[in-house]
Design a protein around this ligand. Structure first.
Ligand code: MG
Length: 378
């Protein structure tokens, strides 16, 4: 990219970023609520749980069979909002860290849950990081507010539930016979997501292509180290009907990623390199789009802002998840009518879901017409 174009993008990004921050969907929410909903005390409860995965989950740098999560409940005037923190080990949070963080949260000092901006800003300021722990409060508050308003969040945000996309279904790195089996098991899904980033990349794609021709998205999880080899691979992937690639190279290699994005025949999406709202404008020129996940960005409030900002900057948007119950998946799904790609298969990959919520029907995301996040505890 030339210096002039970089300069232009930088100034237009700053201008658009500033404009977006002024229009805040939550700003007048508290004032619009009937006064009888504006008094009381919020009570936070939380407890650990461990998700059991159906298959061993292998990424470029790790393997595992369980995911620790923490479930939250915020009770207010007899109504309970549900939330969840999911902590895949490589992100550094754990049962212990989430317990320690949530123990510092005092919701008793707020009169009502509608002052979401203030409450969540205060919680964000308690300590750096702890994104999943923060998301567990954010999701429970959104669930509570939606229940008090009697509306699901996709309606509060004004999104059309008919426009939900297909979700991709993830096939982890594995031996060819297991990959074939997993691909056959995924017959219901219209888009597959394949984990790459090892020497076996071409073999994995060829194995899947021997079984199906459906669209595939790839996630390299920062696994490629040479930009020239990465570009050759992207051309090869395009020939095999791969529709986009997530995080092909390490997130610190900004210049290499920009070089690749300028030349790639298919969209490149930043995941590890784009965590929170402040990272969105930095993604312009480095990636074609961003992957928004509630557990990276502290929840629904910030995810929604990231979506709005990314759209205004011309970035593509993917909506992703960790392995999660249908609680956090339902929460994320309310944004799905607005995204280019959804990867909300987290609850499909576990054996012990304890919520009934957003469903995947014939591969398509189906939002529940229930107030809040639309997840019911089993
Ligand atoms: Mg990813």
């Amino acid at each position: 990219m030339t210096q002039t174009r970089r300069g232009f993008l930088k100034s237009s990004v700053l201008a658009t970023g500033a404009a977006i921050m002024i229009s805040d969907p939550y700003k007048t929410l508290a004032e619009s609520i009937p006064s009888n909903f504006r008094s009381g005390k919020m009570h936070l409860r939380f407890y650990p749980y461990t998700l059991e995965l159906k298959h061993t989950f292998t990424l470029a740098a790790s393997s595992r069979t369980t995911t620790p999560i923490v479930l939250t409940e915020i009770e207010y005037n007899g109504i309970v909002g549900y939330g969840e923190a999911s902590m895949p080990p490589y992100l550094g949070e754990s049962h212990a860290s989430v317990h320690a963080f949530l123990s510092k949260v005092d919701l008793g000092k707020y009169d009502n849950p509608f002052n979401l901006e203030q409450i969540l800003n205060d919680i964000d300021d308690i300590e750096f990081g702890n994104y999943a722990a923060k998301a567990s409060i954010d999701i429970a508050l959104h669930d509570l507010i939606g229940k008090l308003m009697g509306q699901p969040w996709y309606k509060i945000w004004g999104y059309d539930e008919q426009k939900t996309p297909y979700t991709s279904f993830t096939i982890g790195i594995d031996k060819p016979d297991i990959i074939k089996l997993k691909t056959e098991e995924a017959a219901e899904y219209h888009v597959l997501k394949v984990k790459l980033g090892r020497e076996t990349d071409k073999e994995i794609i060829q194995t899947i292509r021997s079984v199906t021709s459906k669209p595939i998205t790839c996630d390299v999880n920062q696994g490629w180290t040479s930009k020239e080899t990465a570009l050759e691979m992207l051309h090869w992937l395009k020939e095999h009907n791969i529709v986009m690639v997530e995080q092909p190279m390490p997130k610190e290699r900004i210049d290499d990623l920009s070089w690749l994005t300028e030349r790639s025949p298919i969209p490149i999406i930043g995941d590890e390199g784009v965590q929170r709202l402040q990272d969105v404008k930095k993604a312009v020129g480095v990636y074609h789009g961003i992957n928004i996940k509630l557990m990276k960005c502290t929840g629904m409030r910030e995810a929604h802002k990231m979506l709005m900002l990314a759209r205004s900057l011309g970035l593509k948007v993917m909506l992703g998840c960790m392995t999660e119950t249908s609680c956090a998946i339902s929460a994320a799904s309310h944004l799905s009518p607005m995204v280019d790609w959804a990867d909300l298969d987290g609850a499909l990959l576990i054996k012990n879901d304890i919520f009934n919520g957003t469903k995947i029907i014939d591969g398509k995301i189906k939002l529940m017409e229930k107030p809040g996040i639309g997840a019911v505890k089993l």
